[in-house]
Design a protein around this ligand. Structure first.
Ligand code: 13P
Ligand code: SF4
Length: 346
């Protein structure tokens, strides 16, 4: 039963004490979050992982986050992902062959006037590509700062793999939409009408399959049925959705905004279901709903559950390390350059 599993996990966690550290992303299920030593958004979890002394980190999040924890932790620390199927559809939208092809073509067009940036929601090898080419990683909490930094280095940038975060951030910095192009990795083509020299931002054609489900129609329905309700969304949502919302920001920003809001206020939130449900539970004095009535869970985040967590912990108790995430050394070194450039600026 869930109760038995919970009790066992608690017991094993107690045995390991400080030797075991469990970070949990805000989108994780409550049944998992209850065991987290630290909860946070991608940036916070990258920062706490970098400081960890525990010999074992069981990462409750998705694959790219566990890779980041491995890259930032010491060589003798091991990182475990309770279910290897916990990937991220967005991270999978950019692979090595695609970025190599894109970079070659973009160098042909723009020569040395372009710098790559990647959202942390990307594989270690994409981060390595970015690190090797002088660029940095970005999270939803620091994207404005990082895009600003990139444009101090070079005339234009390539933003991987989330076109929406890239577009929303660049727009906030005053870059007009007609100075943004889209790189289609499948067609290997730059989508842009006009003089290429005007382009400042090239957006990789990738997106989050969860945040994509919040639509302008959802917003119109809220405006009509609940005119007093405020709408707050994550910048992984489409540009039109962000523009029509009242507020937009990272997971951390959404949590803090609701915390600071007055009792009795009403909010429709455009982000992952587990987080929306948790915010609702923590603030019974406010009316909180999902912007999309179908709620929008992240299916891969949800793969981490009690049975998987218990399984890796029982194996650990027996001295077996299951599902270890180990990034190959040369990739890890290059990826670390990209992560360090971000962490120094954050
Ligand atoms: P943040 O935690 O940076 O807000 O990112 C959201 C997300 O989609 C994580 O997978
Ligand atoms: Fe990936 Fe989106 Fe899920 Fe985050 S919410 S892990 S970006 S699919």
């Amino acid at each position: 039963t869930d109760q038995e599993m919970t009790a066992r996990i608690r017991e094993i966690k107690r045995q390991f004490g400080d030797a075991l550290f469990i970070p949990g992303h805000h989108y994780q299920k409550d049944e998992v979050i209850q065991f987290a030593d630290a909860t946070g958004d991608s940036l916070q979890l990258a920062q706490v992982s970098a400081k960890q002394k525990a010999s074992t980190i069981i990462f409750c999040g998705v694959h790219f986050m566990a890779e980041t924890a491995d890259i930032l932790s010491a060589d003798d620390q091991q990182v475990i992902l309770p279910d290897l199927r916990a990937g991220c559809s967005m991270a999978d939208m950019a692979n090595d062959q695609q970025t190599d092809a894109a970079w070659q073509e973009l160098q042909n067009i723009f020569a040395d006037t372009i710098i790559p940036l990647t959202y942390v929601n990307s594989t270690a090898s994409i981060k390595a590509f970015v690190g090797r080419n002088g660029g940095a990683t970005v999270t939803s909490s620091n994207s404005k700062k990082m895009v600003g930094w990139a444009l101090e280095q070079k005339q234009r940038l390539l933003f991987l793999p989330d076109q929406h975060l890239g577009r929303n951030t660049a727009f906030d910095l005053g870059i007009p939409l007609d100075q943004m192009a889209v790189w289609d990795p499948i067609k290997r083509k730059l989508e842009y009408d006009g003089d290429y020299q005007r382009i400042k931002v090239i957006l990789w054609k990738g997106q989050c399959s969860v945040h994509e489900n919040f639509t302008v129609k959802n917003i119109e329905q809220i405006r009509e049925n609940h005119p007093q309700m405020q709408i707050i969304v994550h910048p992984e949502c489409r540009h039109e959705v962000v523009q029509k919302s009242d507020k937009a920001g990272s997971t951390k920003y959404i949590i803090e905004t609701i915390e600071k809001a007055e009792s009795g206020t009403e909010w429709a939130i455009g982000t992952e279901m587990n987080l929306v449900n948790r915010i609702r539970k923590v603030h019974p004095d406010k009316k909180i709903i999902s912007l999309n009535p179908y709620m929008c869970p992240c299916l891969t985040m949800n793969r981490i559950d009690l049975p998987h967590l218990l399984w890796v912990m029982e194996e650990l108790e027996q001295g077996t390390v299951c599902n270890e995430i180990k990034v190959e050394k040369t990739i890890a070194n290059d990826a670390k350059m990209a992560l360090d450039r971000m962490l120094q600026l954050s």
